[in-house]
Design a protein. Structure first.
Lengths: 311, 319
């Protein structure tokens, strides 16, 4: 156990946000889910008791007849905003007094940093460079993330859960988002920041960053395993395998989308266009963990090898 | 000095007519009488001024100056409370009243508002930093050293800008997380979610363009790694799929356009500086205006709203 190395990584000024992230993301996930479960209990109670549903104010927050449903912004909201501004200022001040912003040597194109890391919020994408070519990890994926986020409101046909925390009414969408945000985005950032060392090699927390370490990885392409050597044959083979993945993932996703009677009800509200867009993004999203797994388990680098691009 | 109500009746201040009172006398007696009258007049003016001043201090809200600035009464009536928010340019994006449960921290986490506050802090510290920084390869790094070691509070300023930027990225992501989990992107707020996603991208770009500006090894290599990806852009990058086939070289592809050259050098520094300090803040501010406007126009904050039961959704007719 090399505590010095661990401390060096954790206390690097630019890594402090990640350490912060390690605490705030689980905290707020718990904070949200706690409210979601509280609402779900209320929903179950109201579903079981239609009479109560007619008269209940339908919130877990306390409310009594005669109470105003709205309060004045001044002072009830503005005082909180002013307080929040003061607290944020104090936090930022204390943080800035106690910890200095990093400043390395003057830039030197002839002296490569090892590891050369992007800013922390792009480390998820840099981590993807291990599994995908730069055009995928650096260009296609960020674009798909942006477009994928943008289409969310237009493909989510579930009318429930608007304006309150809930889990049971939106299981599929919440699990999908948590998978994308926490598993694919935050945890990849954490791996890229805290675990990847020189040569972008995997160093478990507590092990020493050995700059001379070499890993002899023999990564093969899928067509080579099947003994396919011709260029055209490789293109066709790759296209078939990728197509098969698309069909398989699509079927799996369809099963998930129509898993429960409630899910089928939501599915019935979808237009064909909405369904196709949703399937496309889900299949691509699932491709990430699939590619990571086949790389780690079977040491397969590319599935689809062509002269112009490799996937 | 505030002009008080006492003056509105048009009467000239007492003692102003004393010149005529002493006019018919002569010699020493007359002169001293005149002097006494003037003194008495001055005293009266002084007393009047003191009284006006006292009134002004006692009730400044009654002066015309005060009224001209604040326009409405600030007493405890509901009307004044509402007007105090609605007639104030900085607060007018707030409604007069708000859902009683929305003011609790647990629903919104305050992330959107705090993100905006941190953005203002960043604009403020960033503007101050601009006074000490030249976006030029020769002096950029030296400016940072100067800022850290010689400029009063320079180090604090730079630290606040740096950590504020990180904080803003974290807060934006948490804000998006909250908006998703509360389903706040659903009808009629779909488009505001889109604006929010664009603001997230702009936040990341702001942070990224600022990374290069100290011109140290950290920023240089981070931006090198980042922009090398642009080389691999499909169709538009010299190493991307179908890029070479379309005639892309290191000197005409999308990376060249981003950096203003084929390597991260002085042109890249200047471009990062202008994107960071001028272009993206303007674009982001415009989107923020739309974002906040739409929050109000789409019905204000989304909740906490009463729960809807699955048995209550109406089946929609399909096309």
């Amino acid at each position: 156990m090399d505590f010095h190395q661990l401390w060096t990584i954790l206390s690097t000024p630019d890594n402090v946000p990640i350490v912060l992230l390690l605490f705030v993301v689980p905290f707020y996930t718990w904070y949200a889910m706690r409210q979601a479960f509280a609402n779900d209990r209320l929903i179950a109670e109201l579903e079981a008791n239609p009479e109560m549903a007619k008269t209940h104010h339908r919130k877990v927050q306390a409310w009594k007849p005669g109470w105003a449903r709205e309060v004045h912004v001044w002072p009830y909201l503005l005082r909180i905003e002013f307080l929040a501004a003061i607290i944020v200022t104090v936090i930022l001040m204390v943080w800035s007094i106690t910890l200095n912003a990093p400043l390395e040597e003057p830039s030197n194109p002839t002296l490569t940093m090892n590891p050369a890391k992007a800013p922390w919020y792009f480390l998820g994408l840099q981590e993807m460079l291990v599994y995908f070519d730069p055009w995928m990890a650096g260009v296609v994926m960020p674009s798909l993330i942006i477009v994928g986020l943008i289409v969310i409101p237009y493909i989510d046909t579930n009318p429930l859960g608007s304006g309150y925390y809930t889990y049971k009414q939106r299981k599929f969408s919440i699990l999908t988002f948590i998978f994308g945000f926490i598993v694919l985005w935050v945890s990849m950032i954490v791996i890229g920041t805290l675990i990847r060392g020189p040569g972008w090699m995997w160093f478990w927390p507590g092990t020493t960053w050995d700059h001379n370490r070499l890993i002899f990885e023999v990564n093969r392409d899928l067509p080579d395993i099947f003994g396919i050597t011709g260029r055209v044959a490789k293109i066709i083979f790759g296209a078939i395998v990728t197509g098969l993945y698309g069909v398989g993932a699509g079927v799996l996703m369809h099963k998930l989308i129509t898993w429960t009677p409630f899910n089928r009800k939501i599915y019935a509200r979808m237009s064909v266009l909405q369904y196709v867009v949703m399937q496309t993004f889900l299949i691509i999203m699932l491709a990430l963990p699939v590619k990571i797994l086949i790389r780690l388990l079977f040491r397969i680098k590319y599935i689809w090898v062509t002269p112009w691009f490799n996937i | 000095m505030a002009d008080t109500k006492g003056n509105t009746d048009g009467k000239p201040p007492a003692g102003s007519g004393n010149g005529a009172a002493g006019g018919n006398g002569g010699g020493n007696g007359a002169a001293s009488g005149k002097l006494a009258a003037v003194m008495a007049g001055a005293k009266a003016v002084q007393a009047k001024a003191a009284e006006e001043l006292k009134e002004t201090i006692k009730a400044p809200e009654k002066t015309d100056v005060w009224k001209s600035v604040l326009r409405v009464k600030h007493d405890e009536t509901p009307r004044s409370r509402a007007l105090g928010v609605l007639s104030n340019v900085f607060l007018h994006l707030h409604p007069a009243k708000i859902n009683r449960d929305a003011v609790a921290y647990n629903y919104t986490w305050g992330m959107g508002g705090m993100t905006f506050y941190v953005y203002i802090t960043l604009v403020f510290t960033g503007t101050l930093l601009m006074f000490y920084y030249h976006p030029s390869k020769v002096v950029a790094f030296r400016d940072i050293l100067y800022l850290e070691n010689d400029v009063p509070f320079g180090k604090l300023l730079r630290n606040m800008h740096r950590w504020g930027a990180h904080l803003m990225v974290i807060m934006v992501e948490l804000h998006m997380f909250r908006v998703f989990l509360t389903g706040s992107y659903k009808k009629p707020r779909e488009f505001n979610w889109v604006v929010g996603v664009l603001l997230l991208v702009l936040t990341l770009l702001l942070s990224f363009t600022g990374y290069l500006l100290p011109d140290d090894q950290l920023g240089f290599w981070a931006v090198t790694v980042g922009t090398n990806m642009a080389r691999a852009t499909p169709l538009l990058g010299n190493q991307g799929p179908f890029g070479p086939q379309l005639g892309m070289t290191p000197f005409n592809d999308v990376r060249f356009g981003l950096l203003g050259g084929s390597i991260v050098d002085s042109n890249a520094l200047l471009r990062a500086y202008i994107w960071h300090c001028v272009a993206i803040p303007i674009i982001a501010s415009a989107f923020m205006v739309v974002h906040f406007w739409r929050v109000r126009k789409d019905g204000g904050i989304s909740g906490p709203s009463p729960v809807v039961l699955a048995s209550e959704i109406k089946d929609v007719k399909k096309l």
